[in-house]
Design a protein around this ligand. Sequence first.
Ligand code: MN
Ligand code: MN
Length: 470
Amino acid sequence: MDLNDKLVYKKNFIWEKISDDDRKKVFELGDEYKKFIDSSKTERLSIKEIIKRAEACGFKDIRDLKEVKEGTKVYHVNREKSAVLAVIGKEKIENGMNIVGSHVDSPRLDLKQNPLYEEHGVSLLKTHYYGGIRKYQWVTIPLAIYGTVIKANGEKIEIAIGDEENDPVFCITDLLPHLAKEQSDKKLAEAFEGENLNVIIGSLPADGMHEEKNDKKFKLNVLRLLNEKYGMIEEDFQTAEFEIVPAGKSRDLGIDRGMILGYGHDDRVCAYTSLKAILEMDKPEVTSVALFADKEEVGSIGNTGMHSEFFNNMTAELIMLQNGSSYSDISLRRALANSRMLSSDVSAGVDPIYPNVSEMQNAAVMGKGVAMVKYTGSKGKSGANDASAEYIGKLRKLFNENEVMWQSAELGKVDQGGGGTIAYIMANLNMDVVDIGVPVLSMHAPFEIVSKTDVFMTYKAYKVFYDKCK
Ligand code: MN
Ligand code: MN
């Protein structure tokens, strides 16, 4: 390499640097990934899909194990919404783990607990949005409904409507331009109110009621249909979790099929790539761990979010299973403090239409590789996990020696906004953590965009990390 080439930092497009064989793998991985997200539209479905695939690769429920040793593949699911997979290494867990942690919840609309009403011949469902959405993006698009319902007798049922080919879909209306003067004059953030994100669920009155007045016959028709199909009554909404998500499958984007348009890349694209990497692990030197958290989009709170003790508890259990029932608090503390983590979350790619929100010298460009974000946060790095030069240096060496194309990135210009991930929570356990994941366009929109080459490189980064990071 010419010295001048070496002196200047340069990022390359993956497509131009990889072999024909790898180019083929880029498309194969893209196809596999699409199947994964199409069956993982909610956090519950993601965990279900992850565990299904893990079991097929020999992973066992931790509750069924009496011991773990080198090569043991184990999983633990927390309340159907978050999970941890581990492949036990040659070394003691106490000496640290290689952890890749993503989240499987995505921005969406949740139904309120008493959601159903009728107005002017239409039945609707009231919602409360989940995570940071731009509300105007969620109107006039086809929507699907996923629900988990606990009935009065304790029975649990799952409901999914809108993603099968012949399913009906649901929708939120918007004004016609002809009558939108007042709305159009408002600021974007105020023109669409959260309280107005109500989803149409029906429009026919219940039979045998049409002569009566004020009898809620439209609402009643919806309740009759829900009862017929699922045995539900209205009170069951109170003990249910319903999520409204964009209907339809992910699609190849562009005439060259280089990108994928789909719901929930944030952060199922990192969940998928880390899942694939850990499923391929056999007998690692260091225990490999893949973490799939819930509630990241709303602050990682609650018993399925990363602030929960879930991960620490699982680690304690693993230490006990590895040490033959002897367990001490110091082993857990050492295991956590000696660990290395990749907080595998998506990053903002440079939008070709809105490059002005990025500072180009430090922004992630689509197709130039997995994006490493030293710090997130906003306004003077506030709230950021600021990864150390030493840790990033270790990863840089690892990636450069193993042909992982990576780029450093930051989430937009200084003072343009900001964001956070689960990185700082894990860093609080005193382990080394850095954010690293796939660059995304239109993040948090109903349909987000990733580049297949970045997905491929992200998978490769996680795999190399599991295989070789020490
Ligand atoms: Mn995310
Ligand atoms: Mn997000």
